[in-house]
Design a protein around this ligand. Structure first.
Ligand code: GTR
Length: 440
């Protein structure tokens, strides 16, 4: 136990200091951004320009996928053959009778004591089924996402409230609902969306050697003795993989319209949502909330968090090869605009916050902007603006973007935009049905 405390201590200290103590080393002034060029997503490695969807699909997309897999996130695993889903409970009276809460245990190897994750799923009551859904990993345990005493308390690796260090423990009930403002479950229910979440520590506790206690070890031949190859997956890889396994379950649940599932994440879990959306084309819509470096922000701008910094503080997040670009972003042949482009033709939304300079809001906007040519190839409109929009002025059709007032966080304002975006793309008005019913 002690060892684990210390294993996480470095990460935590660095985490807390990331945007403050070392701030002086980092670029926060546009004038100091060195010259850089944004790679053209449509320029193939052989120098030819891609000008049709077929060539994008058969040649350029696989080429970029391969580069992101080998150089940034590491190689993804497939669906485990023996995975099982056990619906542990289904309570139709949760959230004051407005939703059905289900908890589903996913055993990846089909055995109870093996690696597993617990899905918390809310489905709005009183609506015609199936309904579309949002899926996202949570930072602090399923019990923190809503004020609902029926949610099982996490007993995996969680941060303790005193010093924020990660420990294997059962969460205290005082933590219930403490992250509710970031998830807006009641808003989702009232707008007719189901919501599924998993605690990310179920898949891998978030510290350097955390993989030994998670699915990366469980899925390796040598378990915790494994040596990862330079292009093998990191923690973001396994967290993204977990999101795909949630979708596997949702495909089996008749209450869920699994063709209309959006994947969402904030910050490091925003990086995770983007990678899940790229690697699993079953996700119909992708949302990155303040994901920053290694997420939606361009690496080559070196504004705020840098590749060297992220790989030093969080050595377990990306694959080994990504470290080649520490203080050497110019050698990257790809950048994050191409990651966003890999989501095309599916709708993607990138959101920034004014005070979240560490995540480089302008770099996030530019990456979204420079993903646009691939959407154009599909005959779709992207951001529909050339310059960064004003604060709290969302823009975009198939690529949504906003920069909102305030800090690094997910706020009800963000959810309003995401749900509206999903309503438009899913041609859905579950919220209206709900209102009509309430009026009767
Ligand atoms: C920071 C990290 C960011 C971001 C954030 C978070 O410390 O530097 O890349 O992911 O953590 O996940 O909250």
């Amino acid at each position: 136990m002690k060892q684990c405390f210390f294993a996480f201590a470095g990460t935590l200290a660095a985490c807390l200091s990331a945007s403050c103590i070392f701030a002086a080393e980092f670029i926060y002034d546009e004038e100091k951004v060195p010259p850089y060029s944004i790679p053209d997503a449509l320029l193939a490695a052989d120098g030819s320009k891609v000008s049709d969807v077929q060539t994008w699909r058969s040649k350029r997309r696989p080429e970029l996928m391969n580069l992101f897999e080998t150089e940034v996130y590491g190689k993804m695993r497939g669906k485990p053959e023996k995975m099982t889903f056990d619906v542990l409970s289904a309570d139709k009276t949760s959230l004051g009778g407005r939703a059905t809460r289900k908890e589903i245990m996913v055993n990846f190897a089909g055995i109870k004591d093996g690696s597993k994750m617990l899905i918390l799923l809310y489905i709005p009551n009183g609506l015609k089924k199936p309904v579309p859904a949002f899926v996202g990993l949570n930072f602090k345990g399923n019990h923190t996402v809503a004020n609902d005493p029926g949610i099982t308390l996490a007993d995996q690796w969680i941060k303790n409230n005193r010093d924020g260090l990660m420990q294997r423990q059962r969460a205290g009930s005082e933590a219930r609902g403490t992250q509710a403002s970031q998830w807006c479950v009641e808003m989702l229910m009232s707008r007719g969306y189901a919501f599924a979440t998993v605690y990310y520590g179920d898949l891998e506790p978030d510290f350097d050697e955390g993989w030994k206690h998670g699915s990366r070890a469980a899925l390796s031949k040598d378990g915790a003795k494994t040596q990862f190859a330079a292009d093998d997956w990191g923690a973001i890889g396994v967290w993204s993989w977990g999101l795909s396994r949630v979708l596997d379950y949702l495909e089996s649940d008749p209450d869920i319209d699994s063709k209309h599932v959006g994947v969402i994440g904030h910050s490091r879990l925003g990086k995770t949502a983007l990678w899940a959306g790229v690697t699993d084309e079953r996700f119909a819509l992708v949302i990155s909330n303040n994901s920053g470096c290694g997420g939606a922000a361009l690496s080559k701008r070196i504004f705020g968090e840098t590749v060297g910094r992220i790989n030093t503080v969080f050595p377990h997040w990306f694959c080994g090869n990504f470290k080649k670009y520490n203080e050497n972003e110019k050698d990257l042949t790809i950048d994050q605009n191409e990651l966003i482009a890999l989501i095309a033709p599916r709708p993607v939304y990138v959101a920034s916050a004014v005070e979240d300079k560490w995540a480089d809001p302008k770099g996030e906007f530019l990456a979204a902007k420079h993903a646009e040519p691939v959407y154009t190839l599909f005959g779709l409109e992207g951001l529909c603006v050339d310059d960064m929009p004003g604060v709290d002025k969302p823009v975009g059709k198939f690529i949504g973007y906003h920069i909102r007032t305030g800090k690094h966080d997910v706020l009800p304002y963000d959810w309003e935009q995401y749900i509206g975006f999903a309503d438009r793309h899913f041609n859905y008005s579950g919220g209206l049905c709900w209102k009509a019913r309430a009026l009767k």
